[in-house]
Design a binder for this molecule. Structure first.
Ligand SMILES: Nc1c(C(=O)O)ncn1[C@@H]1O[C@H](COP(=O)(O)O)[C@@H](O)[C@H]1O
Length: 201
């Protein structure tokens, strides 16, 4: 492990983040995180694992996973976000209800893109989170994804696209991912054709 990686590990254990990389999670993970995936509560984790898995398994991108709540502990959020490892280039933030976390992070980090994932939760089923994220005042944008599962996966893809601007290996993986989606449609058409032939017989 390089000196830089050891420093990142030391900082992470102090800051309560978990490193996730293609090699594994936590102590088994290696490399420098390029994406922060953060969320208001650990109850958001099942949803955000879809983003973690997509970054890790489809694009080989190492990320840092961390809980942050401006509603519950604003000062700790400021400390975490001000002191992210320098390798982090994109932030994905998920929250439910009155979802102030992504917008607050967008203000704290004028230098990094923030992608918001509204959680499908409670009486309004995520519409509240969607509107709180998307209606940011001019100057602190949050790139808001769809509510729920599709939003979590799309957040990971969008983060990969941002990183791909400077990383040809990630660009290759994005193109391979798109091919996989195309093959799915072709397979569905083949299956449909076979089913219709059976109906006709
Ligand atoms: N929206 C926020 C913030 C915030 O914006 O700072 N902190 C927690 N939460 C959200 O509250 C929901 C319920 O949290 P609990 O399950 O812990 O009660 C979660 O979806 C979380 O993201």
């Amino acid at each position: 492990m390089s000196d830089n990686q050891q420093q990142i590990r030391a900082a992470l254990s102090q800051e309560h983040g978990v490193l996730v990389s293609p090699e594994g999670i936590g102590p088994a993970a290696q490399g420098e995180p390029k994406v922060l995936i953060t969320m208001g509560s650990d109850s958001d984790l099942p949803l955000m694992m879809k983003a973690v898995d997509t970054l890790r398994n489809e694009f080989g991108i190492t990320c840092l996973v961390q809980i942050n709540s401006v509603h519950r502990d604003l000062r700790t959020v400021v400390g975490h976000i001000d002191n992210l490892p320098a390798s982090v280039q994109v932030i994905i933030a998920c929250a439910g209800g009155a979802a102030h976390l992504p917008g607050n992070i967008a203000d704290l980090r004028a230098d990094l893109p923030v992608i918001g994932v509204p959680r499908d939760l409670g009486a309004l089923k995520g519409v509240d989170a969607l509107l709180s994220m998307v209606q940011m005042p001019e100057g602190a944008p949050v790139a808001v994804m769809a509510i729920g599962d599709a939003g979590a996966v799309n957040a990971a893809i969008h983060a990969a696209k941002e990183l791909a601007i400077a990383d040809p290996a990630i660009k290759e993986r994005l193109l391979a991912y798109a091919e996989k989606r195309k093959r799915r449609v072709a397979t569905q058409n083949q299956t449909l054709e076979n089913k219709l032939k059976n109906f006709g017989a």
